[in-house]
Write a new protein. Structure first.
Length: 299
């Protein structure tokens, strides 16, 4: 049994792609900047002479979920399905061509995606650019973006067998992408092999270490910002710049909020190892396997 997973940034159009592919609106689609797809979801439908299962995943840098939560959700799904012999025919990585140029968030998403896939699985990845209709009148700009992405961000992927597609929002376009993945031999991702074959705890995998490393870097950055803000606040207290002091106090409050969010995130990281031990419990794995069988239509 095999499936296809969709990944990409929040709002990249993953749920809409699934709806277009299966010809229904049963998937919950994101509207605006907030993601409506908090949990792993998906659908199974008939295509040509077989069944196709598409699984939607939340993106890293989601506005409602921490990267740790997203990683745990994806890892749990990948680990259980792989352990039970359900492998991925491929992964569709969605990219909104109408959005802003690739920045820090986009680079972080792509970097994390690489840790999940690994080099060997890149042959089973389709990078799909969409929302081309929103670039009407700006086709030249869109072409410049594609060239930049291919040269600066996607070159290694394309050199290792990843295919690049343009999705025009039609079922024909979506099915063309799915048919490409369907003909490929199924295989495991880097994260699946680390979790199942090598029995590596999640936070010790390449993806887990990246989340922990980024959390540490964020803490250092916030500490530096906090120190600068505090120093400027103390300097302005001795002066007569009331407005400046008020602005600095607001920045100080914002930094404190960031600290609280980061502390919560770090607690989640610390609790992951104990959570993963629970996942090894036979009853829990049996329960998750039953849910997985139901999702893929097994008896």
């Amino acid at each position: 049994m095999s499936g296809r997973s969709l990944m990409g940034a929040t709002g990249a159009g993953k749920s809409t792609f699934i709806n277009t592919s299966c010809g229904s609106s049963k998937m919950k689609v994101g509207r605006g900047l907030r993601s409506c797809t908090k949990d792993l979801g998906g659908t199974t439908f008939d295509l040509d002479d077989g069944e196709v299962t598409l699984v939607d995943t939340p993106g890293f840098n989601d506005d409602k979920l921490t990267d740790t939560e997203v990683l745990v959700m994806i890892a749990n799904f990948l680990e259980v399905t792989y352990a039970e012999g359900i492998k991925l025919a491929g992964i569709v990585y969605m990219y909104d061509i109408s959005g802003e140029r690739m920045g820090g968030t986009g680079e972080q998403n792509l970097s994390m995606f690489e840790q999940l896939c690994g080099t060997d699985f890149k042959t089973n990845v389709a990078i799909v650019t969409n929302r081309w209709d929103k670039m009407e009148g700006d086709e030249e700009l869109a072409e410049e973006r594609i060239t930049q992405l291919q040269e600066e961000y996607w070159a290694d992927w394309l050199e290792n067998g990843t295919k690049l597609f343009r999705h025009d929002g039609t079922p024909y376009s979506a099915h063309k992408i799915i048919r490409h993945l369907a003909k490929l031999p199924v295989k495991g991702t880097k994260l699946q092999k680390q979790l199942v074959e090598q029995d590596i705890p999640l936070m010790d995998t390449a993806a887990g270490e990246k989340v922990s490393r980024e959390a540490t870097e964020l803490r250092k950055k916030l500490e530096a910002q906090f120190a600068v803000t505090l120093e400027k606040s103390e300097t302005d207290i001795s002066g007569k710049y009331d407005k400046r002091l008020k602005d600095l106090q607001e920045r100080l409050d914002d930094n404190m909020k960031d600290f609280k969010r980061l502390e919560s995130r770090e607690k989640e990281v610390e609790s992951l190892k104990s959570e993963l031990k629970v996942l090894k419990d036979t009853k829990v794995r049996t329960h998750m396997w039953r849910r997985t069988k139901g999702f893929f239509g097994f008896d």
